[in-house]
Design a protein around this ligand. Structure first.
Ligand code: HXC
Length: 258
């Protein structure tokens, strides 16, 4: 596929999607969201790929939805186009594990896009925020919902109502990001994590991802029930039998993704 706003690469078993609108701090236009959905389709269908990394550049992961594109739009324009439907939701429906590697600004739709990934690794320069309120609007693809579940009501309210930015250290304390690494190590560390994940049993990784994501959606008893069923289901995997046999025999496991 040819992309106007993205660079999509494959590095061994990892699919790398780079937002590539550097002059606009990777502002997320409708076209960008459409291309992200296409890139996820492409990488998800590729059997060689076991994990997907979404990133921007050093200065910005993404500084939000494209304000210049949005400014003239009316209710019915936004209602009909719907960011959530055209692209946002496609990241969350991806069955392969996804990691957001965030350096610089992850604001508005950028913060929301990062939160759609399974987890976020941040560089020490990362800044997260939901500044929509300063534009007279509110977050539209998860900034009041995923953020609140991720970091709790107090901080989510603070960010959504003041529009202030949170630095990487605060984001890590709050539980928004899984790790903070020096800026010049961000891609190295993220790609290493992605390669590690891609080398795991793919169906086991998909089930683990599903189960954790379910915790975000549902009650504890429902989630426990889903986890139990998926855990039992892993006993139908050849990879599970082989993984445990390899441990006992003190040898590396041969993963077959089945
Ligand atoms: C369009 C943007 C943009 C955006 C930056 N640019 N963010 N264009 N949409 N979201 C453009 C600027 O206009 C400028 O273009 C160029 O990128 C560089 O930005 P500067 O502002 O000059 O950079 P700097 O001074 O370093 O400031 C960085 C910044 C600031 C603090 C991140 O750009 C900023 O506040 N951006 C907007 C952040 C924001 O409000 N995001 C939320 C959007 S609403 P020119 O042509 O002047 O050089 C949203 C709703 C989501 O995301 C709803 C669902 C998707």
């Amino acid at each position: 596929n040819n992309y106007e706003y993205l660079i999509v690469e494959r590095q061994a078993a990892v699919g790398l999607i780079r937002l590539n609108r550097p002059k606009m701090l990777n502002a997320l236009s409708f076209g960008v969201f459409r291309e992200i959905a296409t890139a996820i389709d492409e990488l998800e269908a590729d059997d060689a790929i076991g994990c997907i990394v979404l990133t921007g550049n050093e200065k910005a992961f993404a500084a939000g939805a494209d304000i210049k594109e949005m400014q003239p739009k009316t209710f019915i324009d936004m209602f009909n186009a719907d960011f959530h439907t055209i692209g946002g939701n496609r990241v969350t429906t991806c069955r392969k594990p996804t990691i957001a590697a965030v350096s610089g600004y992850a604001l508005g739709g950028g913060c929301e896009l990062a939160m759609m990934c399974d987890f976020i690794i941040a560089s020490d320069t990362a800044k997260f925020g939901q500044p929509e309120i300063t534009l007279g609007t509110i977050p539209g693809i998860g900034g009041t919902q995923r953020l609140t579940r991720a970091i709790g009501k107090a901080k989510a309210m603070d960010l959504c109502l003041t529009g202030r930015m949170m630095d990487a250290a605060e984001a890590e304390r709050a539980g928004l990001v899984s790790r903070v690494v020096p800026a010049d190590k961000l891609m190295e560390e993220t790609m290493a994590a992605a390669e590690k994940i891609a080398a795991m049993s793919r169906p086991a990784a998909a089930m683990a991802k599903d189960a954790v994501n379910r915790a975000f959606e549902t009650t504890l008893s429902e989630g426990m029930s889903v986890e139990r069923d998926l855990f039992h289901a892993t006993f139908a995997l050849e990879d599970r039998a082989e993984g445990m046999a390899a441990f006992i025999e003190k040898r590396p496991a041969t993963i077959r993704n089945r």
